[in-house]
Design a protein around this ligand. Sequence first.
Ligand SMILES: *Cc1c(COP(=O)(O)O)cnc(C)c1O
Length: 381
Amino acid sequence: MTPNTPTHPIAMVDLEAQYQKIKPQLDQAIQQVIDSTQFINGPQVGQFARNLAQYLGAGKVIPCANGTDALQIALMALGLKPGDEVITVPFTFVATAEVIALLGLKPVFVDVHPDTFVIDENKIEEAITSRSRCIIPVHLFGQGANMEAIMRIAQKHNLYVVEDNAQAIGADYRFADGRTQKFGTIGHIGCTSFFPSKNLGAYGDAGALFTNDEALGEEISLIVNHGMKVRYYYDSIGVNSRLDTLQAVILDVKLPHLDEYNAARQAAAARYDRAFSGLRGVTVPKVAPYSNHVYHQYTLTLEEGRDRLKDHLQGAGIPTGVYYPVPLHVQKAYRGYGYKEGDFPVSESLAHKVLSLPMHSELGGEVQDYIIEQTIKGLSL
Ligand SMILES: *Cc1c(COP(=O)(O)O)cnc(C)c1O
């Protein structure tokens, strides 16, 4: 151990320190829900939805039970039929492809950009067939996809766009004319997750859908609650995917802090960038020219020695993550779709090169200095 080894264990995400700063408001909000016993569909759920819609500039926000459900409900609301094709990336969390498969749709993968890790818009058109219905860009690690280009392609080919915004809530897309809009509100439907470690995290599972299309908003509202319009009358086939009132109040207390949480992540990322830029064999995460970045993850790309660095950091008490170690097209569960090793070289290469360092809203100070020092040391091994 070096002399300046922090005394507390270092976490990928420090939820404890964040909680301490807003503990009185959170504890009170939670207690109020328990006192009211309105655990399901309490009025605070609608209140949070309206506050989030206002923050995002979205026509409507429909909360649901988790981000995976949000994606599934989006595809259900679009009325896609078995055999329809949905274009997405193999370099993402499994949920994106899982819901496509679960609904009997076909995932059609498109490779990602090597520097921003998001869908390569230049490769989308070659994946489009007569069965294509929808594109799901994933705004990965806090960096969004090129939405203007994607919307143009979607419009030309009459496709829906569902944004997987689980990792980039609060990030802004900048249009060519200078106008900005929140990621997740540009496609037909946006989906997000409030999994505790996400940039806006609940204290359990939670998620939401956003849309500016009134009819889609209506349909989504039905689907999340069993397709029920009037109690015990079912207009659509739905699911049980409501947001708990307890999670809604927790999120509503945290929402006004989201910009400050994202700014803290950006400050920590800038510090990492200053320390690592220019070091040989390592690339810091790129910010696309059309957006800002909210650093759900801070992900380095190592030309070689990724696992050596990971082991070194682990030995120094620093946790890291490999998101994602195996692209979806070569996962056992997804082999039935006919893909093979070599089909998506960028995703396959990134799987061996990426390493995510601790990143959260409370990072900084001596802890981050120590992570930086040990990372530089590990890189020179
Ligand atoms: C977290 C995540 C999801 C799923 O969200 P859950 O709330 O865990 O179901 C979907 N897509 C991406 C890219 C994610 O990071």
